[in-house]
Design a protein around this ligand. Structure first.
Ligand SMILES: Nc1ncnc2c1ncn2[C@@H]1O[C@H](COP(=O)(O)OP(=O)(O)OP(=O)(O)O)[C@@H](O)[C@H]1O
Ligand SMILES: [Mg+2]
Length: 425
């Protein structure tokens, strides 16, 4: 059928074995029911977000699930906005659920001006907003995440990759609690209905990378990122606990990091990604062979730093051997120059995986040079303040096209600075 038609008019007939189905441009679907797929695929491709701490340390697979719990003002909304802008999905469904209206306005005003890095078109064209702000009715809030996930399934069934953001699932759970209370159902933990856990898992189970029903064989995915706002940041409460039971990635936002202006305030010691092992081969094949090894070293240094900080509290920094002082020095560089990433800087807001790999290599090159210098008898006091360290922090500002040259130059400077100290001795 061609020409101008109403969405309720029949545009095609599909002949099945038993019956013929009439097709209109409008489709109805009960939002609480899951749309089936032919089969689900194992997670093997990362959702690239351009956020270093996420892609490098706690990556999420396409079709995966993430919980982002964090206290008030720790950066949950900013992380989800960043993902909506930069994640390499075809479509973004953003469910603003019981949060402030101005956050929705921000998306509405900034997204039409931003360019989709993939298609070059305005970001708004690939974004679906479901606005249910705090002043709207609770019944609509309870329905909003189901509406979001059903729209996501609709596009997945066309073979697209969808990233769904839900901010915040705690407000959704509160709506559930309120409705359940009015229905005079038996309350469970903290007044939430006993079926809270089941509802949450039913929601997250609608994620996945799947082969879709129908012909020809197509593949589509839904990745779910759910913000959780536990009162006081205490994740022992029911919504956080039930969410963590079903999600496979946990980005723990940390109030103390946020108050020190370390953003994104994802705590590297508490967070985890159960996809890491499944995704490292992808990074090794598509970005750099050394990615898994360097990645492991970086995490190792950060964990060692936490141990050493306890020792420093007892005996003081000066009592540490040079080798351990070097670990603290490199860990500080990883924290400040790698993990911290401003969402508001024109260049730094998105960091390609190639750039991430180059940055990691440069930091590890510095670490190796320092280690060599120490074993040849140079003290950490002398190395600590070499001018070329500045080049490691400035690499954030370098554009992708100038990366290789910048890195070679920085490596040379580090070597010559250390050589100069050796000469002085
Ligand atoms: N990546 C970032 N870069 C720079 N600043 C950031 C970043 N993430 C968060 N911030 C700062 O922290 C502030 C609070 O962040 P955000 O609104 O995302 O917190 P929230 O956890 O959603 O809070 P609420 O519980 O009130 O919803 C932001 O306004 C911003 O100034
Ligand atoms: Mg918020």
């Amino acid at each position: 059928m061609e020409g101008k038609l109403k969405i309720t008019e029949v545009v095609a007939h599909i002949k099945g074995k038993e019956k013929t189905t009439k097709l209109t441009m409008k489709q109805d679907w009960p939002v609480r029911s899951i749309r089936g797929v032919k089969s689900k695929l194992p997670p093997s491709i990362p959702l690239i977000t351009g956020q270093r701490v996420i892609d490098t340390l706690f990556p999420v697979a396409k079709g995966g699930t993430v919980a982002v719990p964090g206290p008030f003002g720790s950066g949950k909304t900013v992380v989800q906005h960043q993902l909506s802008k930069w994640a390499d999905s075809d479509i973004v469904v953003y469910v603003g659920c019981g949060e402030r209206g101005n956050e929705m306005t921000e998306i509405l005003t900034t997204f039409p001006e931003l360019q989709d890095p993939k298609s070059g078109k305005p970001l708004m064209e690939r974004t679906i907003l479901i606005a249910n702000t705090s002043n709207m009715p609770v019944a609509a809030r309870e329905a909003s995440i189901y509406t979001g996930i059903s729209i996501a399934e609709y596009y997945r069934d066309m073979g697209y990759g969808i990233a769904l953001m839900a901010d915040s699932t705690s407000r959704w759970a509160e709506a559930l609690r309120e409705i359940s209370g009015r229905l005079e159902e038996m309350p469970g933990e903290e007044g939430y209905p006993a079926y809270l856990g089941r509802r949450l898992s039913e929601f997250y189970e609608r994620s996945g990378n799947a082969i879709i029903d129908g012909t020809p064989d197509r593949n589509g995915s839904i990745t779910i990122v759910g913000a959780v706002s536990p009162p006081g940041g205490d994740i022992s409460e029911p919504v956080s606990q039930n969410t963590l039971r079903v999600t496979r990635v946990f980005w723990a936002l940390d109030a103390s990091l946020a108050s020190r202006r370390h953003f994104p305030s994802i705590n590297w010691l508490n967070s985890y990604s159960l996809y890491l092992g499944d995704l490292l081969p992808w990074f090794s094949e598509n970005v750099s062979r050394e990615w898994p090894e360097i990645n492991g070293r970086m995490m190792g240094i950060l964990q060692k730093e936490a141990e050493l900080q306890e020792v420093v509290q007892l005996v003081g920094y000066d009592a540490l051997p040079d080798k351990e002082k070097a670990t603290l020095d490199v860990a500080r560089i990883i924290r400040e120059d790698y993990l911290q990433q401003s969402a508001f800087d024109d260049v730094d807001q998105y960091c390609s995986v190639r750039k991430q790999s180059v940055m990691m290599k440069l930091i590890m090159f510095y670490s190796d040079q320092v280690e060599k210098a120490i074993s040849s008898g140079i003290g950490m006091d002398a190395i600590q303040n070499i001018p070329s360290k500045e080049k490691i922090s400035r690499i954030k500002e370098v554009k992708d096209t100038e990366l290789e040259k910048y890195m070679k130059d920085a490596m040379k400077s580090i070597e010559s600075d250390i050589r100069a100290i050796r000469g002085d001795k």
